[in-house]
Design a protein around this ligand. Structure first.
Ligand SMILES: *[C@@H]1O[C@H](CO)[C@@H](O)[C@H](O)[C@H]1NC(C)=O
Ligand SMILES: *[C@@H]1O[C@H](CO)[C@@H](O)[C@H](O)[C@H]1NC(C)=O
Ligand SMILES: *[C@@H]1O[C@H](CO)[C@@H](O)[C@H](O)[C@H]1NC(C)=O
Ligand SMILES: *[C@@H]1O[C@H](CO)[C@@H](O)[C@H](O)[C@H]1NC(C)=O
Ligand SMILES: *[C@@H]1O[C@H](CO)[C@@H](O)[C@H](O)[C@H]1NC(C)=O
Ligand SMILES: *[C@@H]1O[C@H](CO)[C@@H](O)[C@H](O)[C@H]1NC(C)=O
Length: 516
């Protein structure tokens, strides 16, 4: 326990103080490139962004026409956007696009529509993609990675730091006897310290500090407007990030409440500048229902990688205006990554947004001994849980989340690549499949948890007791908590009647007395 507090104080100390004044103007990306591969003229997409043709572009080699071919999708699924998906560039040998961009973090989005084209069949296409020394994809089949037959096109988002005097060089390398293809390439430069926050901003990694250095690459896996609707790319803070609703990832049937207050202005700060996330992410939220004991989500991820989780918080309910009114713990795979989170304590008031980063390492493949010859370590679900912490007797037993981003970190080999999913009828595992109750106690899940002696031992015991109690009550109350309310106003009752159910008072030891 003490450990966590020491760390918290340290983090608070190094963070810039919150100033309630709105800080800075909206972000404008210095580099912004949209390349519609295989297309011969400039076209607008559904969000009215103009995509350039990649023919005779200065980003491609001069012999482009000789070493690659342009192809048109046939048949074209009517539900797939024509720009940039209707055309592709096909490569039979390694091919590089080279972008002269500024030094710093660049967001690279690769667009794929696996279908048949005039000159080739994408189901037989296996290839690698590298960028500035990172392996983004290896032996990749867009066909096997397609989200679903009804939604066959998809994009992959990576964040790469371009070092001084470097260009961003994206290389497509077909497997032997195969070909590679790409439908569209998007490049947007990001604010310098948005995701790579620098050495002075270490990230919590269980009870340690993790330094996310700029020689890592990130892949965005999930970006959610928790408790709200999908946010289209044109409604993002000029980085064209799509934020989706979180409903599909909720574990169990407990959706809680989704208070929102679109009319409330969000007071951005130096610490949380306006580009961190659009207002709509902070003015919509999900909170716990009366009868619930936690908010829980599950996200399928690839085993064997570090993950960066960014939680976005903002108190917008009129009931919660002071410190110690809503206090909760954040856990990943049943291990606490932060305790006694009090958003008002962090921000100093309501309508002030804040985000917090945590790093976790998924190592379940070691336990399942799952690494196969092709490096397949399997998928697992990363389970997130927010549960009230009643140690300081807060006014309400509740938890809150407004937004969430999940990134995979490149590994020691500078790779983000994994094996293709098994070529079954429904290729990638659907999050819904993970909602089966049997999966909830997946003993294979593990977030690295360094042994720190008896202190942690006691903590683990308390958590174990707490968790088993929670399970009991979850069971008993599951019928009443099986409802979902979409409220239109921001005024919502917050329950306090559950406090007695899992108060830690009766298992309190000397170690757990302080800090109330
Ligand atoms: C593409 O290849 C798949 C098998 O890999 C085959 O089922 C399909 O018919 C092919 N499509 C065309 C148009 O040839
Ligand atoms: C990456 O970090 C190193 C060391 O902190 C620094 O010298 C370099 O300028 C950074 N590069 C970028 C692109 O930020
Ligand atoms: C590639 O194709 C050639 C000729 O069809 C064949 O001999 C060779 O074994 C193939 N290589 C691989 C790796 O499939
Ligand atoms: C890096 O590559 C080496 C050699 O291919 C392999 O043995 C090792 O397991 C890889 N490391 C990771 C973290 O994947
Ligand atoms: C590439 O992926 C396919 C499909 O998952 C697999 O059958 C094949 O063995 C892989 N090839 C290599 C070289 O890993
Ligand atoms: C939740 O709590 C509020 C206030 O205590 C109460 O009015 C409401 O009926 C409760 N809802 C449920 C489903 O128990």
């Amino acid at each position: 326990m003490m450990l966590f507090y020491t760390l918290d104080l340290f983090l608070l100390h190094i963070l810039p103080t919150t100033t309630a004044a709105a800080a800075g103007a909206a972000y404008t990306a210095k580099d912004f490139i949209l390349l519609n591969c295989g297309e011969s003229s400039a076209l607008n997409d559904n969000s009215r962004r103009s995509w350039d043709s990649d023919e005779r572009t200065r980003y491609a080699p001069p012999n482009e026409a000789a070493i690659s071919s342009a192809s048109v999708a046939f048949p074209m699924n009517p539900f797939v956007s024509q720009v940039p998906y209707e055309t592709a560039r096909v490569f039979h040998s390694p091919f590089s696009y080279s972008f002269p961009v500024l030094t710093g973090p660049e967001c690279l989005r690769l667009y794929f529509y696996p279908t048949t084209y005039s000159t080739f069949n994408s189901s037989q296409s296996f290839f690698s993609v590298t960028a500035n020394g990172f392996t983004l994809l290896n032996n990749f089949s867009a066909f096997l990675n397609s989200p679903s037959p009804s939604e066959p096109s998809f994009k992959k988002e990576f964040i790469i730091n371009v070092q001084e005097n470097q260009r961003l060089k994206v290389t497509f390398i077909p497997n032997t006897n195969s070909s590679a293809f790409i439908n569209g390439i998007e490049l947007v430069s990001l604010p310098d310290h948005l995701y790579f926050r620098g050495d002075h901003m270490p990230i919590k990694f269980v009870d340690r500090l993790f330094y996310l250095t700029n020689d890592s690459a990130l892949e965005n896996l999930y970006r959610l407007n928790v408790g709200g609707n999908d946010v289209e790319i044109q409604d993002d803070s000029r980085m064209f990030r799509a934020w989706s609703q979180d409903d599909d990832y909720i574990l169990g049937a407990d959706f809680g409440y989704t208070p929102h207050a679109e009319d409330l202005p969000i007071k951005y700060t130096d610490q949380t500048p306006p580009y961190s996330a659009p207002e709509i992410v902070y003015t919509t939220s999900r909170v716990m229902a009366n009868t619930s004991i936690s908010l829980e989500w599950a996200f399928p991820v690839d085993s064997g990688f570090f993950y960066l989780l960014r939680f976005h918080f903002c108190e917008i309910q009129f009931e919660v205006i002071e410190q110690n009114e809503r206090v909760f713990d954040v856990s990943v795979d049943n291990q606490p990554v932060d305790v006694q989170v009090d958003v008002i304590f962090w921000t100093g008031g309501t309508q002030i947004p804040i985000f917090r980063d945590y790093v976790v390492w998924d190592c379940s493949y070691i336990f399942w001994n799952r690494v196969s010859n092709d490096g397949r370590r399997g998928k697992k679900d990363l389970r997130l849980s927010l549960s009230p912490n009643t140690r300081g007797h807060p006014k309400y037993n509740n938890a809150l989340l407004n937004g969430l981003e999940v990134f995979k970190l490149s590994d020691a080999n500078r790779s983000l690549a994994v094996a293709n999913p098994e070529p079954t009828g429904s290729s990638s595992p659907s999050p819904l499949a993970l909602k089966l109750p049997g999966n909830k106690k997946n003993k294979g899940s593990c977030v690295i948890y360094p042994v720190m002696g008896s202190l942690i031992g006691i903590l683990a015991m308390v958590i174990a007791v707490c968790y088993s109690r929670q399970s009991i009550y979850k069971h008993g109350l599951s019928i009443t908590s099986r409802y979902r309310t979409l409220t239109t106003g921001s005024r919502l009752p917050l329950p306090s009647d559950l406090r007695r159910y899992f108060s830690l008072d009766d298992i309190k030891t000397g170690n757990f007395n302080g800090n109330n």
